[in-house]
Write a protein that binds this ligand. Sequence first.
Ligand code: G6P
Length: 593
Amino acid sequence: MCGIVSILSFEDDISKKLIGALERLEYRGYDSAGLAFIDKNSNLQRIRSVGKIEELRRRINKITIKSNIGIAHTRWATHGKVTEGNAHPHVSNGVAIVHNGIIENYQELKKKLLKENFEFESETDTEVIAALIAFHIKNGNNFEQAFKNTILELKGTFAIVAIYEKETNILLGAKKGSPMAIGFSEDERSYYIASDAIALSSLAKNIIYLEEGDIVKIEKQDKLNYTIFNSSIHMTKRNIIPNNVSLSDVSKNGYETFMLKEIFEEATIVRNIYNNFDYDINISDLDSISIIACGTSYYAGLLAKYWIEDIAQIHVDVEIASEFRYRNPVIFSNTLYIFISQSGETIDTLCAMRMVKELGRKTLALVNVETSSIAREADYMIKLFAGVEIGVASTKAFVVQALSLLLLCVKKQDFKIDFLEDLINSVLNNKYQLSHIAEKIKDSRSFFYIGRGINYPIALEGALKIKELSYVSAEGYPAGEIKHGPIAIIDENVYTIALAPFDKYFEKTISNTQEILARNGKIILITTEKARDHLHGLESSKNVYCVFIPDSDEPYTSFPLITVIHLLAYYTSKSKGYDVDKPRNLAKSVTVE
Ligand code: G6P
């Protein structure tokens, strides 16, 4: 979380580039933002604002900035409230820094610095880094040495960039636990340090991803140079790769929001993963599979458990990464450990994977960002081919995560990809009905999503999505479990979304919806065409609203159901007037614990 971008350049107005890049990083957090630069008189200047980056842009547009070195930050608060005073960059004695991560020993460092008469103005853990660099400078070190000394004293996770008003031709960065990339413009007149390649799309032709413990120095003399030091502070080389992220990957392409664009891509990206799926992974000899992930990626794992156990008859465990990594799990020898992550940077998933590797087991990662930490550190990788996902709530990535796990256990030549595309398209073509339902349900006090069997993980995903976007409580439940407590919540102000295609669970789920109706609850029934003749008048009840999707069997039916619940969450949030791409309090890439 938090996005960082910085520049050292031969050009004079760096602020537009920094703000543009920062806007592309807004998915990493957006509660406040700030920028610091050193002006032509070698004075450090700082501008910060609470709220989204457009507010910072407004402030910057009112002034003239002439500078060729600067750092910028978009924040997702961890330590300290969302205030201008807690927004980055943080400054101490001419040093300014931006930080992504958490400094675990900041209290002890702060105590030491207070004794040295350093002053603090924020509630953040970050400010201590700026003060510590300034402390080492005060003790006779140059900026570079002071920065290196500081990095060696920090505990926790970080991506940090620093500038110093008395050494205006040096930009310093360090990475441990949080992602960081260096970027080089095509004309070699601007070098960047940023959180990722998305920030640098259109700015950097080539990039380098830093490795754990790396420190980078960018220096301006008659030309720009860079030097990378490894965690033992020895000079090292890292691979330069082309920056493949283009501006069109990070634009809305005519859609009103990124999220809607991404839901509409669900129908096309299933073919991407299908066409590119040629992995030689034989799961049939395994005793079991263990899937570890967070958020929506975790639900993709749960969904796949049903398919893999049913089709391949292999036992599957699915675990939340933040739980898995802190218990003492039993690690089996003939088990395949699969880690799922859209971003490839979720810290809990990354650390859980490292733990399994340290225990000597091979790891397989399903990731969308192939240059991410998880992709680079896993023994094997399945790329998801979803394209850049910007909407904070994951949608299209969920679809391809589920499909790639399914392709591990079905014969590719038997899989009906055209049929799958048609199914998803038919839901997308029905978007007006779903937007109409969203209007009806938007004032529901809370939501239940219910389903049995394979429909249950989709219910969980549906509840998560509407909760993230509409800020009301929503629970996903196995339909048969609702009578064991949750039914107490049901009344005329609560909507239940029942996922009941005409499958082997249909009759039972319908009975559960009757139990809810008997308590004045309201139902949105998502079912398949075949069910029309088996509803026994349910569809004409004033408290029931039906959505019919085309007939299909598993493993196909899950996919149109997913698109339905994504659209429903999308339109509910829209009808409440919320920002669907950047829901409050969230961030897309969760690089802190
Ligand atoms: C955040 C996002 C979710 C995402 C989860 C896991 O919470 O808001 O949409 O599912 O992180 O992210 P990952 O990148 O590991 O799939």
